[in-house]
Design a protein around this ligand. Structure first.
Ligand SMILES: NC(=O)c1ccc[n+]([C@@H]2O[C@H](COP(=O)([O-])OP(=O)(O)OC[C@H]3O[C@@H](n4cnc5c(N)ncnc54)[C@H](OP(=O)(O)O)[C@@H]3O)[C@@H](O)[C@H]2O)c1
Length: 243
């Protein structure tokens, strides 16, 4: 059995997932970089390997049950456990102007397929492996846009941002986080939701104030929590957000 911690990051071929993989590997972990596309995944992993980091490409489409179970089977066979799961893969299918009264049902379904159903399916498949870890950590990438309190507050920076499919998918991620943390409260596994901030990626756009190094901070913080750390929370950096 590997003495290094084993981490799986979904959607690791670019953006926050790629940078999270780099930072976890620099912290000494073996990082399995999930990507739904082999070419993009290997292209992302190769430069990190050249840096001397222990990262490996892992084919993983979070909407494809067969690919999820193949990944879990491979991790079980090669490592016998999983220490960190970062559920990072995400989409904003119809952009930021898809309002609740008009957003297409296809967009709602496609968004939930990745951001929520995919996240639940990956987590359930990896749970038996996480239970074999001495200190399992699950990090669910959510958003301030999943916060009901922020949407209701006229002074919030996101008040009136009505991209409902994305917002609702992340609110669902928050609920899953709280419920799973409760279910696992007697175990060594901690489950938390991460808001990375507004980050310059393909999703965040060029106008975002944070670079990916800053954007990966919350995921890495929650992935490396000590035994005394929180579970069932919603964080940006180490500050708890309003639900
Ligand atoms: N950027 C921000 O400002 C911001 C703010 C709040 C929350 N977030 C959240 O942070 C996470 C990362 O966002 P990002 O900004 O880094 O986005 P990004 O640059 O668009 O990267 C998204 C990643 O998810 C992958 N992905 C999409 N569908 C997938 C699927 N079915 N299976 C596996 N992987 C899939 C993409 O793979 P492909 O390259 O194959 O498409 C890509 O690797 C997301 O959950 C997002 O909602 C981002």
């Amino acid at each position: 059995m590997s003495s290094r911690q084993i981490a799986l990051v979904t959607g690791a071929n670019k953006g926050i997932g790629l940078e999270t993989s780099r930072q976890l590997a620099r912290a000494g972990m073996t990082v399995l970089m999930g990507s739904r596309d082999e070419g993009r995944g290997r292209q992302a992993a190769d430069p990190l390997r050249k840096e001397g980091l222990d990262v490996r490409f892992m084919r993983l489409d979070v909407t494809d049950e067969a690919s999820i179970h193949a990944a879990a089977e491979t991790i079980g066979r090669e490592f016998g456990r999983l220490d960190v799961l970062v559920n990072n893969a995400g989409v904003a299918v119809e952009g930021w102007d898809a309002k609740p009264g008009t957003v297409s049902m296809k967009s709602v379904r496609d968004t939930f397929e990745v951001n929520f159903f995919g996240l639940v399916a990956v987590t359930q498949a990896m749970l038996p492996l996480l239970k074999k870890s001495a200190a399992g950590r699950i990090v669910n990438l959510t958003s301030i846009l999943g916060s009901l309190s922020e949407h209701r507050d006229p002074n919030s920076p996101i008040h009136g941002m009505l991209c409902t499919a994305y917002n609702a998918s992340k609110a669902a991620v928050n609920m899953f986080t709280v419920n799973l943390a409760h279910e696992l409260r007697e175990t060594k596994i901690k489950v938390n939701a991460a808001h990375p901030g507004w980050v310059r990626t393909d999703m965040g756009g060029e106008g975002a104030p944070l670079d990916v190094t800053q954007g990966a901070w919350t995921s890495v913080y929650l992935a490396t929590l000590p035994e005394t750390g929180p579970t069932g929370g919603f964080y940006h950096k180490d500050v708890h957000m309003r639900w």
